[in-house]
Design a protein around this ligand. Structure first.
Ligand SMILES: [Zn+2]
Length: 79
């Protein structure tokens, strides 16, 4: 398993495949690494109502939140 240390999350919008314009996807972010050429994946953020007024970094401090920060700084794209 490769561990990527310099992750970049870029905000994304709707993606539509030209050949099938009735199909689309709307990831919230595209995940890349500064050192790798290929994209690592995408993210979709779902936030329970309880965390609606918080940034993702603030929510991650709550032990009942589904994610935690481990030595990372994440952009507040979804606040
Ligand atoms: Zn990498």
């Amino acid at each position: 398993m490769v561990i990527h240390t310099d992750i970049i999350v870029t905000q994304s919008g709707l993606w539509v495949k030209e050949e099938y314009p009735s199909l689309g996807s709307n990831p919230d972010g595209l995940v890349t690494c500064k050192h790798c050429v290929e994209s690592l994946g995408l993210i979709k953020v779902k936030s329970p109502f309880k965390f609606g007024d918080m940034t993702s970094s603030e929510a991650a401090k709550d032990p009942s939140f589904c994610c935690e920060l481990i030595g990372a700084i994440i952009p507040e794209l979804f606040s």
